[in-house]
Design a protein. Sequence first.
Length: 155
Amino acid sequence: MGNDRRLRRLVVDERTAYLWSHRQKRGRDGVWRDALTLYRDGIRVRFVFLAGGPDSGRYTSEGGYWYEGCVADGRGNLLNLREPGVVRQLVDEAGRRGLLPGAGGGPVELNGWELFPAWGRRPDRAQDQRPVRARSTAVAAVPAVEVRRTLRPRR
């Protein structure tokens, strides 16, 4: 088993590179969250995906090992936050929206669910409608019932 806590490198262009990692934890409020943290020039950017209620349409793996690192919207769309392609798309979308801090900026924490719908609207997704596995960098075509069943914590 690999080290899931290591910092990985994401190169955007010849001048822009991020170190990033994925963490899964339960907050002080008892709500599970998946956090994707990026570092660039000493500045931290964190995309946080909070688990929602039963009918919220916001699902995380909630501490389980099945689909660990994945978030889903309950409509069959699933993102694997451990895949570099997913991280790159979130960074690109946050950059388009002007959410990333510039030089000398402070740490930023973003709601990942606000960026989630942009993943399915990518121009290259219009041609590729094949179902994919959850570990792919594309949105997985998973039935909503299956996502709800597999992403609940085991007791």
